[in-house]
Design a protein around this ligand. Structure first.
Ligand code: KG4
Ligand code: ZN
Length: 512
């Protein structure tokens, strides 16, 4: 079987793609197949000769941050299975990180892929996939939307990291939400052996699951594609391979079903969730604390965000994951550290509280991680009690840091908005929001400062497609023009485009 045939067979077993191809005929079939071919390359369905093309397209760094990219590229191109990845990843880990193993890659990879974005988007094959070919078919191009309908329903797609998700959500004329379906497939099992998200495994898993998930979301919602008013797909920030899968799928469905497409910023999804769950009015303050992001954001309105603080090094979830890894706790690290901390002595180690007392509202966690490493190395081998004490002391240092940083944020919010008709609100989102100690610290802080503390249910705090659908609905309801079908995925896409690089964050700027 030749290379092209192999690629086509990769596309052929895709049920949704085939249905669409039948529905709409030639043009989109071509578009879809070109996209499928690119994804199939990532999917390891080409011979070694295709490796060069693969690497040219996605660049070496997109494969696995600093985990021996050439080796990973070879393995992907050869179509090796997960077991083989494990084999050589273990080897690399053994050389470089004697006590800590290797850490969650999600954020690291996000940073690594940034450098690739421009080249990625300029690549001729890519511009065929996401641009030129489909651009002229977009009926919504340069038109103001007339979707100010009193009632809107949308299909949302999320694939930016290690969760594949689809959802159908409605919004009525008063802005009330109705979640018809919410389907999330976590890739935890695929990645846990590696101690972090491996981007190309994530992209493969999205390809394999997304079609079925979309079918399932529509089925559970008891609607068909003709019943939705638009498609919303995450187009950044995140891992470029996963974004490509979700956005391509969103484009194909939009084209096939003749619906407008909203390319949604994943962070905007997090930022607007509290309006879905609690009907919150603008403005409010949002703290996003996940494996890839740590940001304090002023949400002024739809599309109006001001970043007040960000991390200058690691994200908070990343700090939890790295700490867990070096203590030999399982991935993901946050829940494991929290569990151990429950039986530890939080006063045994006096870990640093980075940036506490400083007027700026940024965060820093890499010094804390280093202090934990030093303490662990000094008393190694560690008993279970040592590990518990380190976890409790680490969590205490984080809680104190958050209390100081967020406390200052609340003060600034009150100073800027002294006359709000309602009690001001702090919203929290991201996986770290599950941490009980951090939650109760934030709750107490809000009580003390006269703020409402809003923590949406955990499944809507972590990555999901409901928030992507909702962000699309909010934009539609506001009359925002849908995106062209040549919209590109963006591994880096700050919510606040005016926010510059923060001091201490390295030449590429803050990670999150
Ligand atoms: O938002 P999320 O589910 O996914 C992305 O980062 O995209 O966040 C995952 C992060 C991981 O770093 C995980 O260790 C952390 O949230 N996390 C926690 C807890 N549960 C999850 N961190 C601290 N305490 C927890 N209970
Ligand atoms: Zn997220």
């Amino acid at each position: 079987m030749g290379q092209v045939d192999q690629l086509r067979s990769g596309a052929a077993d895709n049920r949704v793609a085939n249905v669409f191809a039948r529905q709409i005929g030639g043009e989109v079939e071509t578009f879809w197949q070109v996209g499928r071919h690119v994804l199939a390359r990532m999917h390891g369905k080409i011979e070694i000769a295709g490796r060069k093309l693969l690497l040219e397209l996605f660049r070496e760094k997109s494969f696995a941050a600093d985990l021996g990219q050439g080796t990973v590229g070879d393995a992907v191109a050869l179509g090796r299975q997960n077991d083989d990845f494990e084999h050589f990843l273990r080897k690399i880990v053994g050389c470089h990180q004697p006590i800590s193993g290797f850490v969650r890659l999600c954020e690291r990879q996000r940073a690594a892929t940034r450098a690739d974005t421009e080249r990625f988007c300029l690549h001729p094959l890519c511009s065929v996939v996401t641009g030129v070919l489909v651009n002229r078919f977009n009926p919504y191009r340069n038109q103001r939307t007339d979707f100010m309908a009193p009632f809107l329903r949308i299909l949302g797609i999320e694939t930016s990291c290690d969760e594949t998700a689809a959802a159908v959500v409605e919004r009525d004329a008063e802005g009330r939400s109705n979640v018809l379906s919410d389907v999330v497939l976590s890739q935890l099992d695929e990645h846990s052996a590696y101690g972090g998200v491996v981007p190309e495994i994530a992209a493969r898993a999205h390809v394999e699951a997304l079609d079925d998930l979309i079918d399932e979301a529509l089925k559970r919602a008891n609607v068909s594609l003709s019943d939705v008013d638009a498609i919303a797909a995450t187009s950044g920030p995140g891992l470029i391979g996963g974004l490509l899968v979700g956005l391509m799928t969103g484009k194909a469905i939009a084209k096939a079903a003749g619906k407008p497409l909203y390319a949604v910023n994943h962070l905007e999804g997090h930022a607007l969730t509290a309006r879905l769950t609690d009907g919150l009015s603008f403005p409010y303050l949002m703290l996003l604390v996940s494996g890839g992001h740590t940001q304090l954001i002023l949400v002024r309105g739809i599309g109006e965000y001001e970043r007040w603080g960000t991390t200058i090094d690691d994200a908070l979830g990343e700090a939890f994951d790295k700490t867990a890894k070096l203590l030999g706790l399982p991935y993901p690290g946050g829940p494991a550290v929290e569990r151990m901390a429950q039986c530890g002595n939080a006063d045994r180690f006096n870990f640093p509280r980075p940036l506490v007392g400083e007027a700026r509202l940024d965060f820093s966690f890499s010094g804390l991680k280093t202090a934990v490493r030093q303490a662990a190395t000094e008393i190694a081998p560690l008993t279970d009690q040592d590990v518990a004490d380190i976890c409790a002391s680490f969590q205490k240092a984080i809680s104190r840091t958050m209390k100081d940083r967020i406390g200052r944020g609340l003060q600034r919010f009150k100073a800027e908005f002294p006359d709000l008709p309602e009690k001001p609100a702090l919203v929290v989102a991201g996986g770290v929001a599950a941490n009980q100690e951090i939650r109760s610290t934030l709750q107490a802080l809000c009580d003390k400062n006269g703020f409402r503390f809003i923590a949406p249910p955990l499944h809507l705090c972590t990555d999901n497609a409901v928030m992507i659908a909702w962000a699309g609905l909010e934009r539609m309801a506001k009359g925002v023009v849908p995106d062209d079908l040549d919209v590109q995925p963006r591994s880096r896409w700050p919510l606040d485009s005016k926010a510059g690089t923060v001091l201490g964050s390295g030449k590429r700027g803050a990670k999150a």
